[in-house]
Ligand binder design. Structure first.
Ligand code: C2E
Ligand code: CA
Ligand code: CA
Length: 581
């Protein structure tokens, strides 16, 4: 095939790849040995019984010996033909030698010993030689043609590297042999802009030069690992690495490809400095089929692109797999953000005398058919794909605007709590956002509450603390959400300048079924009070729970027992009603 000049594609590399791909398709050598033994055995019987005149007695029937000679002669010819058909040059030459060697024996029998029973054998031998020459000649023609087709089918035309088909063949073969290996998915960063600004020809030359660099590394046999590099599509490459002993060696092997890529590359007088995203998965640890291996390596590679960090090599982890449902939800969140259709509910909070204390704003999202999607489902997706800060901001903006109007109308002294994810809280402009919201909505800072979970103190405690302090300085309250489910420890609690502790529903659920649960909640309430916090219990559903909470000194409650999350209009009614009481 035509090889690309710029790539200087090395035919030896491709031959090696082809050989290893074909290795598993060759007929096993033990069958060749068996055919040879069968042939020699049958020939020995023919020769050994050539002079025997006496008939053989088999189960009472007398049979002439030459009748058996015919059977063995047919058997030996079949063996020869199989050898030539299935074992190429080896089968052909060994058959030819065997057949030629028989001539002296047969001819001596005929001419010296005047034994004409060898005559048919001589003719059969000569004709078999003609037959195997014809078969072999034909075989060679087909093989050459197949080789050309095979090479084209497994070679990438531009770079002369193996293509995606070769890569999956190699993968399937390794999987069949249960050999440990890593599959690395590589995607060049910003390659599109080279194509767009410099044209396809330059883009192609860049790809060929990269292929050449990587081929050289893959071909070095002394580096400790056995590598296979393929171009699978556009600017996407795949690497198969074998023979490493541990994760460290594997990472080092991948890093070699990254390091040669980052060296200056010159095409048409222009210098390029390229980087790529590398994601890898291991067989059999991460996946067991070739499709799944491709998917896992790609998922890791896409994550590298998504997080856009300076580390360009990432190992696959199961959390990276997005199910179809996750993708659906991600799409719905994006649509809702674009069309500004994310909305909110308000769940009332009361003190234990049933006086309204305020509301918690809860995000709501509907699918195309108008069905609600549970926040338990879409909030984790928004967190995973990095959209949670935008969801938070939308709920914050909309609910505070509504709440500002409601306060003006009712004059009620109630508060609005909003959930804030770590990602949102840590944004540099979070405080500006708060200021803008306070100004535009007219909600006094003292009636606003930010709910955060304890995890913010684990992720980056210093920055979180700084941020929380600034929020408090603005007069806004802080609530610690889902208390008891995270990494709660007294030292965190001590450093957290909060106003409210929200005891998680899971503790309230068990409060009346075991004394230890009741004691546990009682001690959270006491500690909260010692720290100077108010304590609210979440998810209170029954009167019994209410009574117990009252008896252990809980300050506030939020739960279905006194109020489900409400549409804003219903929340307004509730406020007006309680103002009138
Ligand atoms: P959360 O902050 O702990 O909110 C309380 C959740 O408990 C709400 O679920 C509420 O409807 C539910 N709940 C309240 N009382 C009861 C009860 O008596 N029984 C039962 N079974 N459930 C009760 P929801 O609205 O499904 O929200 C789930 C979670 O989603 C929230 O838990 C919160 O972590 C998150 N979330 C909701 N809105 C937002 C938001 O705007 N931003 C962020 N970052 N997270 C949000
Ligand atoms: Ca909450
Ligand atoms: Ca909660």
């Amino acid at each position: 095939m035509k090889r690309n000049k710029a790539s200087g594609g090395d035919p030896k590399y491709m031959n090696k790849i082809l050989e290893s791909l074909m290795a598993s398709h060759k007929a096993p050598i033990w069958i060749y040995v068996l055919l040879l033994v069968l042939y020699l055995g049958a020939s020995a019987i023919i020769l050994g019984t050539a002079g025997v005149k006496q008939p053989l007695n088999i189960m009472g029937f007398e049979m002439p010996v030459y009748a058996f000679a015919g059977v063995f002669s047919a058997l030996s010819n079949i063996c020869i033909i199989f050898m030539v058909v299935y074992y190429g040059k080896l089968g052909f030459f060994s058959s030819l030698v065997i057949l030629l060697m028989q001539f002296p024996i047969l001819l001596t029998a005929i001419f010296k010993r005047h034994n004409i029973s060898g005559l048919p054998g001589t003719f059969t031998n000569a004709l078999t030689i003609v037959a195997i020459i014809v078969i072999h000649y034909n075989n060679m023609r087909i093989e050459k043609y197949q080789e050309r087709l095979r090479e084209q089918a497994v070679t990438d035309r531009l770079t002369s590297l193996p293509n995606r088909f070769a890569c999956s063949e190699m993968l399937n073969d390794l999987i069949k042999r249960k050999e440990k290996f890593a599959l690395v998915s590589i995607d060049l960063n910003g390659f599109k802009s080279i194509n767009d600004t410099m044209g396809f020809k330059t883009g192609n030359d860049v790809l060929c030069q990269i292929a050449d660099r990587w081929r050289v590394i893959a071909d070095v046999e002394t580096k400790g690992t056995v590598d296979f590099v393929a171009r699978v599509n556009g600017d996407e490459f795949m690497l198969i690495i074998r023979g490493y002993r541990n994760d460290d060696e594997l990472k080092k092997a991948v890093a070699k490809y990254e390091s040669v890529l980052s060296e200056k590359l010159t095409v048409d007088g222009c210098d390029f400095y390229l980087t790529a995203s590398f994601g890898y998965a291991e067989f059999p640890k991460d996946a067991k089929t070739s499709d799944a291996m491709f998917m896992c390596a790609d998922a890791a590679m896409y994550e590298v692109k998504r997080i856009n960090s300076s580390n360009h090599i990432l190992r696959f982890t199961p959390e990276l797999i997005k199910t179809e449902r996750t993708l659906d939800i991600e799409r719905m969140i994006r649509n809702a953000l674009e069309n500004d259709t994310i909305f909110f509910n308000l769940q009332p909070q009361f003190d234990l005398s049933h006086k309204l204390r305020g509301f918690e704003a809860l995000a709501r999202l509907k699918d195309e058919n108008g069905n609600n999607i549970s926040p338990g489902e879409f909030i984790p997706v928004a967190e995973k794909v990095g959209l949670i800060d935008r969801v938070d901001a939308a709920v914050f903006r909309k609910s505070s605007e509504f709440f500002g109007d409601l306060l003006k109308k009712s004059g009620a002294k109630i508060s609005l709590s909003v959930n804030t994810s770590v990602r949102h809280l840590m944004k540099n402009d979070f405080l500006d956002e708060l200021n803008t919201i306070i100004k535009s909505s007219g909600v006094p800072a003292g009636q606003l509450e930010i709910e955060i979970t304890e995890s913010v103190m684990i992720d980056s405690p210093e920055k979180a603390l700084q941020c929380i302090n600034s929020i408090k300085e603005m007069g806004i309250k802080i609530a610690i959400d889902d208390f008891g489910t995270g990494y709660s420890s007294l030292s965190y609690l001590y450093r957290f300048p909060a106003d409210l502790l929200k005891v998680d529903k899971s503790f309230i659920d068990k409060i009346n079924s075991s004394t230890s649960s009741k004691e546990y909640v009682a001690s959270i309430i006491s500690i909260g009070h010692i720290m100077g916090y108010q304590v609210i219990s979440e998810g209170v559903e029954e009167d019994d729970q209410l009574e117990t909470l009252r008896s252990i000194g809980c300050d506030l409650i939020q739960g279905y027992v006194w109020g489900r999350p409400l549409m804003p209009e219903a929340a307004e009614e509730l406020v007006m009603q309680s103002a009138a009481e």
